[in-house]
Design a protein around this ligand. Structure first.
Ligand code: SF4
Length: 333
C-alpha cells in the first residue's frame, strides 16, 4: 500500500518516491528544451504561449536556438545535468528529437537524464523503439484521447524507458484523471504526475468560457484544482498501486525555475555582475566619456555622468531587464 508522504508548505505532495526527471527539475539542473510548438491536439487548457504554439520554433530554457550546437552551448552555459523535451508535441519533430537525444548523450555522457512529453498521438511502437534506441530515459504521456492511452502499455512492453503519465488536474478533470491513472496502473506504467492547472494569459479565455475561475488563494491557478488534486491522490492511494505525485504551479515557479536561474546566474556571471541569490544578476552601468562601462559597484564608475543600477535574468542577452534605475547623475568632469 502506498503512503501519502508529504504535505509540506512548498506543496510537494506524493504518494511515493518521485520520478528521476522530477528530482533533477527540483534541483534546477534540467534544461527545458522546447523542440517545436506544433501540436495536432487542441486542449482548451493549453498553457503554451501563443507566440510558440503552432509555430515550429526551438528554444532551450528562455533562449531561441536554431541548431543542435546552440542547444549544447546553452546546456553547458547553464550547467544542466539533464533535459526535458517538450512542445507542442515533440514527436511531430521526430528526426530532430532523436538527433537531439543522441547528440546530448554523446556530448554529456550516458548519465545525462532525458525525459520527453507527448500526447501519444504519434507514439507508434516503431517511434517508441526509436526513442529508446536513441537513448531517451523517460517518456511521459498526456493522453488527450482515450485511444492514445494504449501507447502507455506499448511503451512499457516494447522499450526499456521509464514510462509515466503527466496530466493537468482541475475540478472538471477529476473523473478523467481517475480513469487515466487506473489505465496507467493496469498498463504497467511507473508513475503519474498531476499538475495543478495554470490560469495564464494563453488559456484564460477558454477557461473562463467553461466557467473556470482564477483562484484567489492560489494566484495563476484554476480555482479548486488544488483540492481536486488531493481528492485524486487519495482515490489513487485507495484504488491503485501506482505512485502518484502532485506538482503545484507555485512549486514549478518558485522552486524549479528559480533554482535553474540561480544555477545559470552563478555559472555564467561576468566580473561586473553580482548574484542576488534570487536567480538574477545585478550590476551598475554608466555612459562614460569613452563609452558605456559596467561595474559591480558605483565606486568603479566615479566621474561617469549617469550611473544606473540594472538587474536582469541570466539569459545570454541578459534580458528581460527587471529593473534599470538611475541612481546618480554627476556633472561631467
Ligand atoms: S497536447 Fe500539450 S501542447 Fe498540445 S494542445 Fe494539448 S496541452 Fe497544448
Amino acid at each position: 500500500m502506498l503512503r501519502l508522504v508529504g504535505t509540506s508548505d512548498k506543496g510537494l505532495y506524493t504518494s511515493s518516491s518521485i520520478a528521476s526527471g522530477c528530482m533533477l527539475c527540483y534541483a534546477g539542473v534540467k534544461a527545458v528544451i522546447f523542440v517545436t510548438g506544433v501540436c495536432d491536439d487542441s486542449c482548451y487548457y493549453c498553457p503554451v504561449s501563443r507566440d510558440r504554439l503552432g509555430h515550429d520554433v526551438f528554444y532551450v530554457n528562455e533562449e531561441r536556438v536554431h541548431t543542435l550546437e546552440e542547444v549544447l552551448t546553452e546546456v553547458l552555459r547553464t550547467g544542466a545535468r539533464g533535459a526535458s523535451i517538450t512542445g507542442g508535441d515533440p514527436l511531430i519533430a521526430y528526426p530532430r528529437v532523436t538527433s537531439l537525444i543522441r547528440m546530448l548523450k554523446d556530448a554529456m555522457g550516458p548519465g545525462f537524464h532525458i525525459h520527453l512529453y507527448t500526447s501519444g498521438r504519434y507514439a507508434t511502437i516503431e517511434a517508441l523503439k526509436g526513442l529508446d534506441r536513441a537513448g531517451l530515459d523517460e517518456i511521459r504521456f498526456h493522453p488527450t484521447q482515450e485511444e492514445f492511452e494504449d501507447r502507455i502499455r506499448d511503451a512499457v512492453r516494447h522499450t526499456s524507458m521509464d514510462v509515466g503519465v503527466e496530466i493537468p488536474i482541475s475540478p472538471r478533470l477529476v473523473e478523467w484523471a481517475k480513469r487515466v491513472i487506473y489505465k496507467a496502473w493496469t498498463s504497467g506504467a511507473h508513475f503519474v504526475n498531476l499538475n495543478e492547472m495554470e490560469f495564464a494569459e494563453p488559456n484564460a479565455p477558454a477557461l473562463l468560457a467553461r466557467g473556470c475561475r482564477e483562484s484567489r488563494r492560489r494566484p495563476f491557478t484554476v480555482e479548486g484544482s488544488y483540492e481536486a488534486a488531493l481528492e485524486v491522490l487519495e482515490w489513487a492511494r485507495e484504488n491503485t498501486g501506482i505512485p502518484v505525485h502532485f506538482c503545484p504551479a507555485s512549486f514549478k515557479d518558485s522552486i524549479q525555475t528559480r533554482n535553474r536561474m540561480r544555477r545559470a546566474a552563478s555559472l555564467d556571471r561576468a566580473w561586473h555582475e553580482v548574484e542576488t541569490g534570487d536567480g538574477t544578476l545585478r550590476w551598475y552601468e554608466a555612459d562614460c566619456p569613452g563609452g558605456p562601462v559596467k561595474a559591480p559597484s558605483p565606486g568603479y564608475l566615479e566621474g561617469c555622468r549617469r550611473i544606473r543600477l540594472v538587474e536582469a535574468h541570466p539569459t545570454r542577452a541578459r534580458t528581460p531587464r527587471i529593473q534599470e534605475q538611475v541612481i546618480e547623475v554627476q556633472a561631467p568632469l
